[in-house]
Design a binder for this molecule. Sequence first.
Ligand code: NAD
Length: 507
Amino acid sequence: MLYEVVREETDSAKRPTYQVLNPANREVIAEVEIDSPDDVALAVKRARVAQKEWAALSFKERANRLYAARKLLLENKAQMIETVVLETGKPAPEVLMELLYVSDIIGYYGRRAEKFLADRKVSFHLLKNKGGTIVYNPYGVVGNISPWNFPLLLSFGDTVPALLAGNAVVIKPSEFSPLCAHLMMDFCHKAGVPRDVLQIVNGIAETAGALIDEADLISFTGSVPTGKKVMERAARTLKPVLLELGGKDPMIVLSDANLERAVHGAVYGALFNSGQVCISVERVYVEASIYDSFVQKVVEQVQKLRVGVETCSGDSVDMGPLMSERQLSIVDRQVEDARAKGAKILIGGRRREDLGGYFYEPTVITDVTDDMLLMQEETFGPVLPIIKVENAEEALRLSNASKYGLSSSVWTSNKVRGMALARQIEAGSTCINDVAINYVIPELPMGAIKQSGFGYRHGAEDGIRMFCRAQGILSDRVGMKRELYWFPYNRRSEKLVGKVLDFLFKR
Ligand code: NAD
């Protein structure tokens, strides 16, 4: 066993465990005790007590403690990178992106939380004798349920603004990749975030379900089917939920696009993190006049990708394994279904058993049709289907003919056309001549529509306000004995109110 997850002992009872595997070689790297619903209830109870003192600290003090955690993260970069590589198999440069995001979000909201959550005075357009204030109160205990594909970023990307807003946070990391969240939590504790203010509970559905019951707000990132279960469970206690789910992102390439850039963008956008990215390119629609050269260049680029085991020394690989046998089977099933229905596999299309772990070849497919699973369901794997379209309108129609609406991209040298097309794509976000990078820009919202979820991921003020209850406070300024519309009712005041109504709204 390489890693040990040390539990904060509440009692000495031995709990059932699950194993964490290294997906690059299928070896066990950790055995983690599963928290029962009682353990979760206790964790939330402790968090609720500790949250009061945490919320009473100044914004500056909370930010300072997270800056200190960031310092520890950066001083121990190598350890964090090795941990994420070990539990996900991804190339080290991709882990650096996770570190960059978490470090930046600490600075971004650390500097701005106080301003974004300051009381807002409101003057009313009617009832000028009253004044209003909107105050932002932390929810209390935020439960964060996260997936495995960016285990550090997706556990802490929401945790940081939630903590800065004055909440306690209980994280339920993915059972596939819980280790880096434990390491980051350790840095936070060493940096002065109280142990009960930031906790982790380990487990799968039962543990997550208990967290939904106990916490005050749930921020969930994961698949559409699990997102639906989360919402069902949350309905029992009318718990507010933020859901960021799966996608089937379209990329539209118009004939006037910078071809080289679009090709590189498609290959990176579809295949980084082995395609296990919620906002990875899963469908490419290319205008007929450039289709052949686009396809040829994509295949040339994909041929050059180095697939293998990341060792964190020497040259990095470009693509690691998939995360699990389950993920590998989904990709395999979709590609075989497409093959059987007449799609052309130009490159890839096979498992790489020879490499030992859950590896799959980077794959480019053409001649796909809408009845193929590959075109309907999220793939979440290293597969790039390319579709020839007559024009932008056809590309738009096909892009929008999906139950998902996460991200998307448009590639054209005509800015006005690009913007017009972007506005019509049904997605939470769109890049023009770029891909995926919008996720790491905290000024831009990264939300979702259709079955890809709802809520707001980062995005300036709203990205931290979503962890608070907005309370509207009204205050009377004049102090009349009684208002005109209070008891007792009489015809005189009724007439007066009627006249005011006419004066205000009769045109
Ligand atoms: P998943 O839905 O299987 O699991 C996500 C989390 O939910 C895990 O922690 C898991 O243990 C937990 N869980 C399992 N059963 C549960 C239940 N019944 N109730 C509550 N929680 C439960 O997803 P995954 O396979 O870990 O991650 C991949 C998915 O996440 C993909 O669909 C991907 O698109 C999506 N994702 C979305 C975003 C985004 O921002 N929109 C980002 C990353 C990943």
